[in-house]
Write a protein that binds this ligand. Structure first.
Ligand code: HEM
Length: 149
């Protein structure tokens, strides 16, 4: 069994990816209004979230709790253009970080990203709790190779 976490290269590779990504985000004119300044915890927390979603350690859930990711996106009012730019920069960072160039792996990462960015966008516009996306735990992303022995 190979998880997306293992195939990506574990914590070291994911941390490298998130650092490259966040540096791009902070320099981007479309995203500047939502990301005005570097938050020191961002890369670490994004690494924890991605690692957990990809089948690695559950530090995000145990250390922060899922409510945290709902709260950080609430009221940001993410536009379609900002969401799309976020996804585009993440895909660039995957290449630059040298993550595996494997079709099934890349397809799973894109699905994770499209899903997560839409949840973040929905939650960013929620005026009431009823308008939040119903997900309440870190999604366990899998891929066909997960069930191979
Ligand atoms: C797969 C999709 C996403 C994931 C997994 C994710 C994850 C996270 C996490 C873990 C944090 C907390 C960082 C910390 O504790 O410092 C955070 C904060 C934040 N996210 Fe997201 N996010 C996603 C999508 C988006 C999108 C699409 C936007 C806007 C275009 C966005 C904007 C922000 C902002 C503005 C913050 C707070 C400021 C900051 O930490 O720099 N997120 N996100």
């Amino acid at each position: 069994m190979t998880t997306l976490y293992q195939f990506a290269g574990g914590d070291e590779a994911l941390h490298r990816l998130e650092e490259l990504f966040y540096t791009k985000v902070l320099a981007d004119p479309v995203l500047r209004s939502v990301f005005p300044a570097r938050q020191l915890s961002h890369v670490e927390h994004l690494t924890w979230f991605t690692a957990e979603s990809f089948g690695g350690p559950d530090r995000f859930t145990t250390g922060l709790g899922f409510q945290y990711i709902i709260d950080v996106h609430r009221h940001l009012k993410i536009t379609d253009e900002q969401r799309e730019r976020f996804v585009a920069l993440y895909l660039e960072a995957i290449d630059e970080a040298g993550l595996p160039d494997d079709d099934a792996f890349r397809a799973a990462v894109v699905e994770h990203l499209e899903f997560g960015s839409r949840v973040a966008q929905q939650n960013s516009h929620a005026e009431t709790d009823d308008q939040l996306h119903p997900i309440r735990e870190v999604p366990a992303w899998t891929w066909p190779r997960q069930s191979e022995h």
